[in-house]
Write a protein that binds this ligand. Structure first.
Ligand SMILES: *Cc1c(COP(=O)(O)O)cnc(C)c1O
Length: 491
């Protein structure tokens, strides 16, 4: 046998260990120093060029040079989600245990499309843990790790459409959308853009989306939804899915999921819950009531790469009846049949989604949950929600700050609104738009922003496991300091 380690794709064992220690050191240095570095990446032009314009090497380079380029040119220009002051979007820091298992995981390099291998059994175990956490562990329920919430939603909506087509006597897989029933989907105006993209990608067009307005709490208006469904059915359309939000990305609003479940049950419509951001919010005993009804969903999309702090990327789709995913996606050509038909009834992951070969995402979910444990995870979620509620209360009680949406989970939307600017929405928008930019550059805290009914909002999402009151105090302090200066400048 030839020397397996004499090829450039391989490293001799001693070399591998020595370089592995260097790589681990680079990771450790990053984790140790991330809280001292700016959170908004702004690689200077020459760094951008040094990254973009690298010539394709004709001859391979030394491993040390490759690691060093990565550490010096790429890593310093990271988005700062490892920093406890980071409160932007729905982006969490990575759990350390997941980082550590990634290296042996990719050494294993399992092609996670087929069943009957260690990686697949671990995936089914991690899926069951998530179902248990959410109280969704009914006998036929099942799920899969996918790239993110967008793919989880797309996968669930495709299954929903397939199930509705089947009920309507339409062979979706054979005939597609040509001449298909007039399918309609229902969701609130606060729904995530991935629902729109899914509808466009599925060839149904975004005009098949019925966007229902929300109430003053940014929750879907159930009566309007009910009336529209009745009207559409009367007009010959086929409602195939209602999407409820378990935590909207703007404000964290949770729809009345129980009412949505009732409505869907009554009309025989697939009930999907988009919990990409917020599904794990149900672990907070004080907020669990908000999620009542989620356990009745036909499918749930959620993102372990959000609240669970699993490094990117990792989404998860769950279905009440796994046969619905199989009906929509299973297509096993002869060349993989024997390998995938291993004698357990869960079969192979590729039968449940579009992807065939897949990354071993279950590993980082499993190692994170194994290390953190359910109790500490519940405590983290509860702590985030509590910190957000306290922040919202401070905002409400301050005459220079204005709460722009109720805060039910970890998100707080507010603005700097000193009495001098009262009523002047245009100037308030200008001041707060400039403010978020200054805050992000300042580098102690990092909120993002959104717009609510024409009002520009600072949006703080308490999402880092280590974020505490000192970060919230720093946020309030920075908002006031920069806000006052901006309001004065605008006079
Ligand atoms: C983040 C998010 C998505 C999209 O998930 P990705 O992981 O970014 O693809 C969908 N819906 C909601 C509510 C989200 O917060």
């Amino acid at each position: 046998m030839s020397d397996r380690f004499a090829y450039p794709q391989a490293l001799p064992p001693e070399e591998f260990r020595r370089l592995g220690a260097m790589a681990l050191d680079i990771a450790a240095r990053h984790l140790e120093t991330v809280a001292d570095r700016p959170m908004r990446p702004h690689p200077p032009a020459e760094i951008q060029a040094s990254i973009l314009d690298q010539p394709l090497p004709e001859e391979g380079k030394a491993p040390e040079d490759i690691l060093s380029f990565f550490e010096t040119q790429i890593m310093p220009h990271a988005r700062g989600n490892g920093h406890p002051g980071f409160m932007g979007w729905v982006i969490s820091p990575p759990s350390h245990m997941a980082i550590l298992t990634e290296l042996p995981g990719v050494a294993m390099d399992s092609p996670c499309g087929g069943g009957g291998q260690g990686a697949t059994y671990l995936e089914w175990c991690a899926i069951r843990w998530i179902k248990e956490l959410l109280g969704y562990d009914t006998p036929d329920s099942h799920g899969l790790f996918v790239s993110g919430g967008s793919m989880a939603n797309l996968t669930a909506l495709a299954a929903a459409r397939h199930a509705a087509a089947e009920r309507a006597g339409w062979d979706m897989r054979r005939d597609g959308m040509r001449g298909a029933p007039d399918f309609k989907i229902y969701t609130s105006s606060e729904t995530h853009a991935c629902v729109t993209k899914s509808m466009e990608l599925m060839g149904m067009g975004n005009s098949a989306i019925r966007l229902i307005r929300t109430d003053s709490n940014y929750r879907i208006d159930i009566n309007e939804l009910k009336n529209l469904i009745e009207k559409d059915i009367k007009d010959g359309s086929v409602p195939f899915c209602v999407v409820g939000s378990a935590g909207t990305v703007n404000t964290g609003a949770v729809d009345d999921l129980d009412a949505l479940a009732d409505l869907c049950q009554h009309n025989g419509i697939w009930f999907h819950v988009d919990g990409a951001y917020g599904a794990f919010g149900a672990l907070d005993p004080e907020r669990a009531g908000l999620f009542q009804g989620m356990e009745r969903a036909d499918s749930i999309a959620l993102d372990p790469h959000k609240w669970l702090s699993v490094p990117f990327d990792c989404g998860c789709v769950l279905v009440r009846d796994r046969q619905n995913l199989r009906n929509c996606f299973s297509l096993t050509p002869a060349y993989i049949r024997s390998a995938s038909e291993i004698g357990d009834d869960l079969g192979s992951p590729h039968e449940y989604s579009f992807q065939l070969t897949r990354a071993f995402r279950a590993l980082k979910v499993w190692s994170t949950l194994s290390h953190v444990g359910a109790r500490a995870f519940r405590e983290t979620v509860s702590r985030h929600n509590t910190i957000a509620t306290q922040l919202a209360k401070i905002v409400e009680e301050s005459d220079d700050l204005e709460l722009l949406a109720p805060s039910s989970l970890s998100i707080v939307c507010f603005r700097y609104a000193p009495p001098a600017l009262a009523g002047d929405n245009e100037r308030l928008n200008a001041v707060n738009r400039a403010l978020v930019d200054l805050l992000q550059k300042d580098g102690r805290v990092y909120p993002s922003h959104t717009e609510l009914d024409g009002r520009f909002a600072l949006r703080a999402n308490i999402f880092h496991y280590a974020t505490d009151q000192s970060d919230v105090d720093a946020l309030l302090d920075a908002v006031r300091r920069h806000g006052e200066a901006l309001a004065r400048r605008n006079d």
